[in-house]
Design a protein around this ligand. Structure first.
Ligand SMILES: [Zn+2]
Length: 389
């Protein structure tokens, strides 16, 4: 912590730039709009489920579809999943950055595994890397020679990190809200599906399963990285006469509260995604057997599966006999994810490093002030209009 503090005592780094504060305020307001869209989708989803509970007219289809059509569905789902992941993260990138996207080399062959199985993790990595490369230097002319840089003086300028941290924070939040919205839209379309083209419905279900896997790997890997490698950084100037060692460096400016909110939202997203996973398994793989034994109440509808999924996430382990190996896999995967996300929330709440740097304190006071100021101005304008008419 000491070196963290002294790293910023130099007058050039003491406080956040005015521009950095303004960027934060601008993005925070933009995020609020997306948040409203998220709440709207969530509301309509719940309304549809309640409606569906009392009006069961779900499309009846055969338990199996032919091999050929199965492969076609899988191909469609796989490609669509990649397209969705790419554009979701592209959208998040476009919101935080006004430079056009440019690919920068990402190290490590292991990334191929992510490209194949977790496009969400892969594209997030790609765009975050570009944000880093875009903002390597602060705006000063002398930055190359005099600024403090990480990687022993050869990496990113310390002041530039302020902007990268802010952009990363919002990139993460935009992607997360976007993910929740997309998951809900997919759920709604799978529930309301009424066409008689079975491979299309099958594709939607497979797409939801692929998204579950993709997001699951992303969460598990991010968690592993969070506990396994503490980020250490060494900052230095070109001459090397000023060197700082920083323990527990964070790449994004996420407060404790934001981290918890992200974890809770992701948990919610998984509850939704898994409810469709079980719904699908019971309709296609296990047939009638399930709906009458494991999850059904008086209404044999989607809502049963939502309740079931919720109870699994809340550690109602329910180790009864599973109707199929796929069901068991889904169950185990969901419990692991819920466990991780719950731990993340608790760890975030108890947080070891809860004390903030003075510059961070100042920064949040200033952004709060500006956010309040702007919403007050809005209100005043509104009142004024009301009086006029
Ligand atoms: Zn600089």
């Amino acid at each position: 912590m000491d070196d963290y503090n002294s790293l910023y005592t130099d007058s050039r780094y003491r406080n956040f730039d005015k521009e950095a504060v303004e960027l934060y305020v601008k993005l925070q307001r933009r995020l609020k709009t997306l948040n409203n869209i998220k709440l709207l989708t969530l509301g309509s989803f719940l309304a549809i489920i309640v409606w569906q509970t009392y009006h069961d007219n779900s499309y009846i289809f055969e338990n199996t579809i032919g091999n050929q059509r199965y492969i076609l569905s899988l191909l469609i789902a796989y490609t669509t999943n990649h397209i969705i992941s790419f554009f979701l993260h592209f959208f998040a990138y476009k919101n935080v950055e006004n430079k056009p996207y440019k690919y920068f080399y990402v190290r490590g062959l292991s990334k191929i595994v992510f490209l194949l199985f977790s496009p969400d993790y892969f594209y997030a990595l790609l765009f975050k890397n570009t944000i880093k490369e875009n903002n390597k230097n602060c705006n000063e002319n002398w930055c190359n020679d005099y600024c403090l840089r990480d990687n022993d003086g050869f990496g990113i300028c310390l002041k530039a990190w302020d902007y990268i941290k802010i952009k990363n924070k919002f990139f993460i939040e935009f992607s997360n809200w976007g993910n929740v919205i997309i998951s809900i839209v997919l759920l709604i379309s799978s529930i309301l599906y009424r066409l008689s083209i079975d491979w299309l419905l099958y594709s939607i279900y497979l797409l939801i399963i692929l998204r579950t896997i993709s997001r699951g790997i992303e969460v598990i890997y991010a968690f592993y990285k969070d506990i396994a490698n503490v980020n250490d950084k060494i900052f230095s100037n070109k001459k090397g006469n000023r060197t700082y060692y920083v323990h527990g460096w964070k790449n994004s400016l996420l407060l404790k509260s934001s981290r918890i909110s992200l974890a809770v939202h992701t948990l919610l997203e998984f509850i939704f995604l898994y409810s469709v996973n079980y719904y699908f398994l019971s309709r296609f793989i296990s047939g009638e057997y399930l709906s009458h034994n494991m999850v059904a109440t008086q209404y044999s509808n989607f809502i049963n599966f939502l309740f079931y999924s919720f109870s699994v996430s809340m550690f109602n382990f329910s180790f009864t006999s599973f109707p199929s190996i796929y069901w068991m896999l889904a169950h185990i995967f969901q419990i692991s994810l819920s466990f991780i996300l719950t731990i993340l929330s608790i760890a975030g709440y108890l947080g070891i490093n809860s004390n903030m740097l003075e510059r961070d304190n100042k920064f949040y006071i200033e952004t709060h002030r500006l956010l309040k100021l702007k919403s007050n101005v809005k209100k005043k304008n509104f009142d004024w209009m009301n009086i006029k008419f």
